[in-house]
Write a protein that binds this ligand. Structure first.
Ligand code: ADP
Ligand code: MG
Length: 323
C-alpha cells in the first residue's frame, strides 16, 4: 500500500470529520485552512511517542493510538482549553494493515469523543514513532498557566495519582497485582483519559494548573518554580485510595504517586475562598476531587505525615519504577 492510499484508507475518511469545527480545508492539500474565532486565543502543543521508549514494543496498537492523542489532549486540558484540531506525523517500519487499522481506530475513537479533527500530517518509513500536534482554543485571556499559584491557595488533583506507575511496574514484572488491580492499572496506563471538560470547568477557579505526566512531585515542582512558592502536602491524601492487592504498603503507593508519572490527571491550585464553592459545584461525572495540600511562602515541597511529622521531599529520591 502506498503512502497516499494508506492516508486515504486509515486517516481521511473518519467519523471525526462529521464535526466541522472551523475546518475550511482538511487533509489533502499542502496545508490545512482553519478558522479561529475573533475573541479566542489558540493553544498549540506537541508530543512524540517512540516505540520501546514511551511504550513497550508489543503494546496493543489501539492503545498506542489512543495514548498518542490522549497525552496531547491532556496538555490542552491543563491550560483550560478546548481541543479543536490535530496533525499526525507517523514514522512506520512497514505498512502493516492490521496494525494501522487498530492504531487508527484507537486514535480516532478518542478524537471523536472530544470532537477534535485530524486535519493533516506526514507519513514516512522509519522506526515506529508518532508525533501529534494539537491545536486548541480558549476565550481570550482565560488560559490557566503554571505561574499563578499564591500562598494560601488550596492544591487539588482530579482523581488519584500512582495507578499507571503501578501498572507499568506490573507489566515489567516488578510487581504482582490482584486481577482487579491488574486490569484497572493497565487501563490507566494504556488508556489515559484527558481531563478536558474538567480543565475547562476550572477556568474561573484555578490560579495555576498542570497535568501529571512525570509524577506529582516533579509536576507540582514546575508549578512551584513558575509561581515562586512552596507547598505542604498531606501524604495521607495521596494514599487514601484502596488498591485490591493486599500486599501494597502506603509507602509504595506514595512513591508511585510522587515519582511514577503517566497519570494524566490534573493538578491545580484554587484560592482558599473559592475552594468550597468549587467542591460544591464539581460535577458528578468528573473524577473525585482530591484536596491534597496548600501553597506556602518559601520554596520546595514539604510532606506532612499523618502523625504531624514534616518531611522535606528528597530531591533525588530512590525510584522503584525506574529501570
Ligand atoms: P506534502 O508532500 O505536501 O508534505 P504529503 O504527501 O505529505 O504532502 O501529504 C498529503 C496530505 O495528506 C496532506 O494534506 C497531509 O497533511 C496529509 N497527511 C499525510 N500523512 C498524514 C497522516 N499520517 N495523517 C493525516 N494526514 C496526513
Ligand atoms: Mg509531507
Amino acid at each position: 500500500m502506498d503512502e497516499f492510499s494508506l492516508i486515504q484508507r486509515f486517516f481521511s475518511a473518519s467519523d471525526v470529520n462529521e464535526h466541522k469545527n472551523g475546518v475550511i480545508l482538511g487533509i489533502g492539500d499542502d496545508a490545512a485552512i482553519l478558522k479561529a474565532a475573533k475573541d479566542e486565543e489558540l493553544l498549540i502543543t506537541t508530543d512524540t511517542l517512540i516505540s520501546a521508549v514511551h511504550f513497550p514494543q508489543d503494546t496493543d496498537p489501539a492503545a498506542i493510538g489512543h495514548k498518542s492523542l490522549a497525552v496531547n489532549l491532556s496538555d490542552i486540558a491543563a491550560m483550560g482549553g478546548q481541543a479543536r484540531w490535530f496533525t499526525l506525523a507517523l514514522s512506520l517500519p512497514e505498512s502493516n494493515e492490521a496494525w494501522l487499522k487498530s492504531f487508527s481506530e484507537g486514535l480516532l475513537a478518542l478524537a471523536k469523543l472530544f470532537k477534535v479533527r485530524l486535519v493533516g500530517g506526514d507519513t514516512t518509513r522509519g522506526p515506529l514513532s508518532i508525533t501529534i500536534t494539537v491545536l486548541g482554543s480558549v476565550p481570550e485571556g482565560t488560559a490557566i498557566r503554571r505561574s499563578g499559584a499564591r500562598p494560601g491557595d488550596v492544591i487539588f488533583t482530579t482523581g488519584y495519582a500512582g495507578m499507571a506507575a503501578l501498572g507499568l511496574a506490573a507489566v515489567k514484572g516488578f510487581l504482582s497485582l490482584s486481577d482487579a488491580d491488574q486490569s484497572t492499572f493497565q487501563n490507566k496506563l494504556d488508556y489515559p483519559q484527558p481531563r478536558l471538560l474538567e480543565g475547562q470547568f476550572l477556568r474561573g477557579y484555578a490560579t495555576s494548573m498542570i497535568d501529571i505526566s512525570d509524577g506529582l512531585a516533579a509536576d507540582l515542582g514546575h508549578i512551584l518554580d513558575a509561581s515562586g512558592c512552596g507547598a505542604l502536602i498531606d501524604s495521607e491524601r495521596l494514599t487514601n485510595w484502596q488498591p485490591a492487592t493486599p500486599a501494597f504498603s502506603n509507602k509504595m503507593i506514595l512513591e508511585a504517586a510522587l515519582y511514577g508519572g503517566d497519570d494524566y490527571e490534573l493538578l491545580f491550585t484554587v484560592p482558599a475562598d473559592k475552594s468550597l464553592l468549587l467542591e460544591n459545584n464539581w460535577q458528578q461525572q468528573f473524577p473525585a476531587l482530591n484536596r491534597i495540600g496548600e501553597i506556602t511562602q518559601g520554596a520546595g515541597l514539604i510532606m506532612r505525615e499523618t502523625r504531624g511529622k514534616l518531611m522535606k521531599k528528597p530531591t533525588t529520591g530512590y525510584n522503584h519504577f525506574c529501570d
